[in-house]
Design a protein around this ligand. Structure first.
Ligand code: DOR
Ligand code: ZN
Length: 438
C-alpha cells in the first residue's frame, strides 16, 4: 500500500478541489480522504503539490510501424510519462496503416513491451486512409481500437463517411474527424491571411475546415452517431459546433494547446516549427477557441503530438511536413498562459485534459474515485522551468514552445499504481538529452 500525502487534489470528475490523501493498493485508488495516517504504508510526499487524475491524450501520433526514426511506441510512451500523461492514443497514419487487426495487435504488443502508459489504438476509417474503401472497422474494434479516424486527412467521400458513422454507431465508438476540404486547402502552407501574403506562401482558408464540418454535422445529425471533431482551429467552426450541440447533434470537439496559444504571426518567425494542420489562425480565432473551451462547446484538449525529424523540419519550409510535438509541453504551457493568468480555472483545464477525453472514448479513466485505476500525476505549480526541446524524451524536437518559461511541471506520473516518472526521470531510462536510440 502506498500513501500520497499532503497534496491538493483536483478531481473534476467528483468536483473535488482540496487537501486530500490517497491510498493506492492493487493498482487502484483505495481511499481518498483528508488526514490519512501512514500506518506502515510507503509515503509519497505531495505537500505543496497538486494531485490530479492522469492526463489523457486522445490525439497522439506514434509513427510505429514504419517511421520509427520519427517516434516509436516506446519513445512516445516515455514522452507521455514525462508530460504527465497516463493514457495516449496511437493514431493510424503509420506505414503500414493501422487499418486492420494485425497492426492493431502489433501496436498493442509494442505498448505492452514499453510498459509505461496506456496506449489506445485508433483505427483508420478507410483502407490506408486513402478514402476509397472502408477498413474493417468491426474487426479492428474486436482487436481493441477505441475509435476510428483518417487523421492527416478528412474522409472526403460522403457515402463512406456516412457508412462509417453508421458502423461506428452500431459498434458504439466515436469517429474522429480531421476536417479539411483538400479542394480548398490544396498546397496551402499556413493560414490564408496577411501573413501568408507577406511570406508569399499559398494559404489554407478557414473554409477548408468549415466546409467539411458543415457536411459532417449534417450526417452526424441524421445518423445519430458519435462524431468527434479533431483540432478545431477557427472561430466559425466553434460557432457551428455550438449551434449543432444546441440542436442535439451527438458531437464533441477538441482543441490543441497550440491553437489556444499561438497565431499565424509565429510562422514568420519559426517557419516549419510553427507549421501544422490545421494551421495556426488569427487572434480572433484564438479568442473564440478559448471561449468555446470555457463554455463547453469544446470538450477536450488534445495535443496532436506529431513528431518529425530535425532535418525534415529544418529544411525548405514548403517541403517540411505538417505537425509539432506536444506531450511534454501541453500541461505547462496551458497552465501558465490560461490558468496562472486567471483566464481559466484549474479544474476546467484538468477536466479538458483528463476526464473529458476518457469520457469521449468511453474509457473509465480521468478520475481518482476510489475503486478506479490509480492513474495520476503530481504537478509542481510553483517552480519555474524553461522548456528545452533538446531534453525531450520524444524523438521529435519540433516544438514552437522551445525556450518558453513555464510553471506546472509534472513531477510524478503513476499508471495503475506504478510510478513511471519521478522528478523528470522516466522509469528504466535516464534522459541524456538526445534520445535517439531504439
Ligand atoms: O499537423 C499535422 N500533423 N496534422 C495532421 O493532421 C497530421 C499530423 C501528422 O501526422 O504529422
Ligand atoms: Zn489532423
Amino acid at each position: 500500500m502506498l500513501l500520497i500525502k499532503g497534496g491538493m487534489v483536483v478531481d473534476p470528475s467528483r468536483r473535488i478541489n482540496g487537501r486530500y490523501d490517497l491510498v493506492i493498493s492493487d493498482c487502484r485508488v483505495k481511499a481518498l480522504a483528508p488526514g490519512i495516517e501512514p500506518e506502515g504504508m510507503e509515503v509519497i510526499d505531495a505537500a505543496g503539490k497538486i494531485v490530479i487524475p492522469g492526463l489523457f491524450d486522445m490525439h497522439t501520433h506514434l509513427r510505429e510501424p514504419g517511421q520509427e526514426y520519427k517516434e516509436t511506441v516506446l519513445t512516445g510512451s516515455r514522452a507521455a510519462a514525462a508530460g504527465g500523461y497516463t493514457s495516449i492514443t496511437a493514431l493510424p497514419n503509420t506505414n503500414p496503416s493501422l487499418d486492420n487487426k494485425d497492426v492493431v495487435r502489433y501496436v498493442r504488443e509494442k505498448a505492452e513491451l514499453a510498459g509505461l502508459v496506456r496506449v489506445w489504438p485508433v483505427g483508420a476509417v478507410t483502407k490506408g486512409s486513402l478514402g476509397r474503401e472502408l477498413a474493417d472497422i468491426g474487426g479492428m474494434k474486436e482487436a481493441g481500437v477505441v475509435a476510428v479516424t483518417d487523421d492527416g486527412r478528412g474522409v472526403a467521400a460522403t457515402d463512406l463517411l456516412r457508412e462509417a458513422l453508421i458502423q461506428c454507431r452500431q459498434l458504439n465508438i466515436p469517429l474522429l474527424q480531421h476536417c479539411e476540404d483538400e479542394a480548398i486547402s490544396g498546397a496551402g502552407q499556413l493560414h490564408e491571411g496577411s501573413v501568408s501574403l507577406r511570406l508569399g506562401q499559398s494559404g489554407i482558408p478557414a473554409a477548408a475546415e468549415t466546409r467539411m464540418l458543415k457536411r459532417d454535422l449534417q450526417i452526424a445529425q441524421e445518423t445519430g452517431a458519435r462524431l468527434h471533431i479533431m483540432h478545431v482551429s477557427t472561430a466559425r467552426a466553434v460557432e457551428m459546433i455550438r449551434r449543432a450541440k444546441a440542436e442535439g447533434v451527438n458531437v464533441t470537439a477538441e482543441v490543441t494547446p497550440h491553437h489556444l496559444l499561438l497565431t499565424d504571426e509565429l510562422v514568420a518567425a519559426l517557419f516549419a516549427m510553427a507549421k501544422m494542420k490545421p494551421p495556426l489562425r488569427t487572434a480572433a480565432d484564438v479568442e473564440a477557441l478559448r471561449e468555446g473551451l470555457s463554455d463547453g462547446t469544446i470538450d477536450a484538449v488534445a495535443t496532436d503530438h506529431a513528431p518529425h525529424s530535425e532535418s525534415e523540419k529544418s529544411g525548405d519550409f514548403t517541403a517540411a511536413p505538417f505537425g509539432i510535438v506536444g506531450l511534454e509541453t501541453a500541461f505547462a504551457v496551458l497552465y501558465t498562459h490560461l490558468v496562472k493568468s486567471r483566464m481559466l480555472p484549474l479544474d476546467l483545464l484538468v477536466e479538458k485534459m483528463s476526464c473529458s477525453p476518457a469520457a469521449i472514448l468511453g474509457l473509465p479513466y480521468g478520475t481518482l474515485s476510489p475503486g478506479s485505476a490509480a492513474d495520476l500525476v503530481i504537478l509542481d505549480l510553483e517552480t519555474k522551468r524553461v522548456i528545452n526541446r533538446h531534453q525531450f524524451y520524444s524523438k521529435g524536437k519540433n516544438t514552437p514552445f522551445h525556450d518558453w518559461e513555464v510553471y506546472g511541471t509534472p513531477v510524478l506520473t503513476m499508471v495503475a499504481g506504478k510510478v513511471v516518472m519521478r522528478d523528470g526521470i522516466v522509469s528504466g531510462h535516464a534522459n541524456e538529452g538526445s534520445n535517439n536510440e531504439n
